[in-house]
Design a protein around this ligand. Structure first.
Ligand SMILES: NC(=O)c1ccc[n+]([C@@H]2O[C@H](COP(=O)([O-])OP(=O)(O)OC[C@H]3O[C@@H](n4cnc5c(N)ncnc54)[C@H](O)[C@@H]3O)[C@@H](O)[C@H]2O)c1
Length: 496
């Protein structure tokens, strides 16, 4: 069916953006809202967004006028009668959504397509209450809708054959990239993003690392545009909590069970940026690097211990290039014993073998310009401070990690990648679709499968096995598909 007119029901944050997306594609829009003020605010938001595009030279004044001419504010639900497609963008509550669909059932043509922009509710349970569930589909846009290119097209067991393909074509006409999935909580992007954010919050809550180090591990270590705790503050801890609750009800398990701190901060009203405080305070307090302590001296000679692998060679040449002496003689009385560490093996046994565990600290180069300084149970404060000073001399940003599998970067990354692999293993989405969803929906520079191929399947497998052995949490058990690919040396992407 040719979509000429669309009814957008709910002109809030998302609705106004979605109305703009349709109008930009030359489709007429009827904007509906239960609240007259909200409708005017939505129309004003659309106006302002187009005015910004004109001022940036991205739209001409005449295009702006044509676009605005395509969007009319409706007097009520009756105005949806001529719509070929109606999309509801009302608050994330099942009873409200059901009520909207009952209204749409009453006023829309029997052949009109009814869509929901729900992020986490079951599209099936919305569809099941309608007269013709075959024409109901999920059409999940991301915020801000005019900018974000991903659209998740969600079909249910009741959706008519052919409709998902039709809606995916419509998404392309809107200059979006569709990913077609079936109806599972969180679809692709939220089902992968939220457990990763939750795990980061849990690492912070358990004192594994500081908030700043966790965020730097994700940005400098993984190349993500934002750290997970800063992102939770941006999304809102309350919103994140309710999506996690839905995911936990659907899937169970520790990855989705909201870490208690998220609930406590939400109860305390510290919901993130919008409240001025979440994991961080907004506006941010001016940064001061002066913690009152004298910076530790860089040791003139460093004892380096390793397995003679590439990591050790790289560290040795970096230390030498910084004008410091490197000795492999563990009997030599230096202030710092650097263990060239790998995230799948603990540092402490090597520190003990070196004979001076107090002075021994693990150092792991993780990503460009990032060093994980790994403190064992026996590392002294002085040794950690000396390792920090060394990292700084080598031009590396340092984050601190306990001596646990994956250290900090790997503990964040590999369970996240395992979740992505499970999605493919379950035949829920292809690796290419998962990568597309995370790139276009969450702003990842590279999708999880590109990250996995880059990190190496063997290392992912070994870290996950070590995490599972140490914590006993089935969420860390490597998915069989990962093990199969690792043994077969088979990447998940054609161009890793
Ligand atoms: N905000 C996001 O980042 C985001 C991203 C993707 C999807 N979503 C989903 O989009 C939907 C809307 O979210 P939002 O953030 O735009 O909410 P919002 O609160 O900003 O807007 C909701 C709008 O719906 C209107 N409304 C409420 N009840 C109504 C009714 N019975 N009939 C007509 N209009 C009614 C409200 O007046 C308001 O204008 C939710 O399902 C949400 O999960 C939100």
């Amino acid at each position: 069916m040719e979509i000429r007119e669309v009814a957008v029901v709910g002109m809030g944050t998302m609705g106004a953006g979605i109305a703009e997306v349709f109008a930009r594609a030359g489709i007429s829009v009827v904007a509906i809202d239960v609240d007259a003020q909200a409708l005017s605010r939505g129309m004003a938001a659309l106006d302002a967004s187009l005015a910004r595009a004109v001022s940036r030279g991205k739209l001409t004044s005449s295009e702006q006028a044509q676009l605005l001419g395509r969007v009319r504010a409706a007097a009520g639900f009756g105005d949806a009668a001529g719509a070929d497609l109606a999309i509801e963008v009302v608050p994330e509550r099942l009873e409200v959504k059901r009520q909207i669909f009952a209204e749409l059932d009453r006023v829309c043509r029997p052949d009109a397509i009814l869509a929901s922009n729900t992020s986490s509710l079951s599209v099936t349970s919305i569809a099941a209450g309608t007269k013709n569930p075959g024409r109901v589909i999920g059409l999940h846009f991301f915020n801000p809708a005019p900018v974000m290119r991903l659209v998740e097209v969600v079909s249910t067991v009741l959706t008519a054959d052919g409709l998902p393909g039709e809606i995916a074509s419509l998404a392309r006409r809107l200059s979006k990239t569709p990913v077609q999935v079936s109806d599972r909580a969180g679809f692709v992007a939220n089902a992968l993003l939220l457990p990763y954010l939750n795990h980061a919050a849990s690492l912070f809550e358990r004192g594994y690392a500081t908030a700043e180090d966790i965020d730097v591990a994700a940005t400098a270590g993984l190349g993500l545009p934002m750290g997970p705790l800063a992102l939770l503050d941006l999304i809102g801890l309350d919103t994140s909590l309710s999506v996690l609750d839905v995911l936990h009800t659907e899937f169970g398990g520790s990855r989705y069970m909201p870490t208690p701190l998220l609930r406590r901060l939400t109860e305390a009203g510290r919901t993130g940026r919008k409240a001025g405080r979440g994991f961080y305070t907004y506006p941010a307090a001016p940064q001061t690097s002066d913690n009152g302590n004298e910076p530790a001296a860089v040791p003139a000679t460093v004892t380096l211990v390793g397995l003679g692998d590439a990591a050790e060679t790289e560290l040795a040449s970096m230390i030498a290039a910084a004008g410091l002496n490197v000795t492999r003689n563990t009997g030599h009385p230096t202030d710092l014993v650097v263990i060239a560490a790998a995230p799948e093996r603990p540092v402490l046994p090597e520190a003990l073998a070196a004979g001076r565990p107090g002075q021994a600290v693990g150092l792991h180069l993780a990503g460009s310009g990032l060093a994980e300084v790994v403190r064992t149970a026996l590392s002294t404060e002085a040794a950690v401070a000396a390792a920090d000073a060394l990292a700084s001399r080598l031009g590396l940003q340092a984050v601190h990690s306990p001596d646990r599998p994956g250290f900090l970067v790997g503990a964040l990354l590999y369970p996240h990648l395992a979740d992505a692999v499970r999605m493919v293993q379950d035949c829920y989405a292809s690796a290419a679709d998962v990568d597309t969803a995370m790139r276009l929906g969450c702003g990842y520079p590279q999708g999880p499968f590109h990250l996995l191929d880059k990190a190496g399947l063997r290392q992912a497998l070994d870290v996950l096995r070590a995490m599972y052995a140490e914590y006993g949490d089935p969420a860390f058990a490597p998915p069989p598909l990962l093990a199969e690919h690792a043994v077969a040396s088979l990447g998940f992407t054609s161009a890793p």
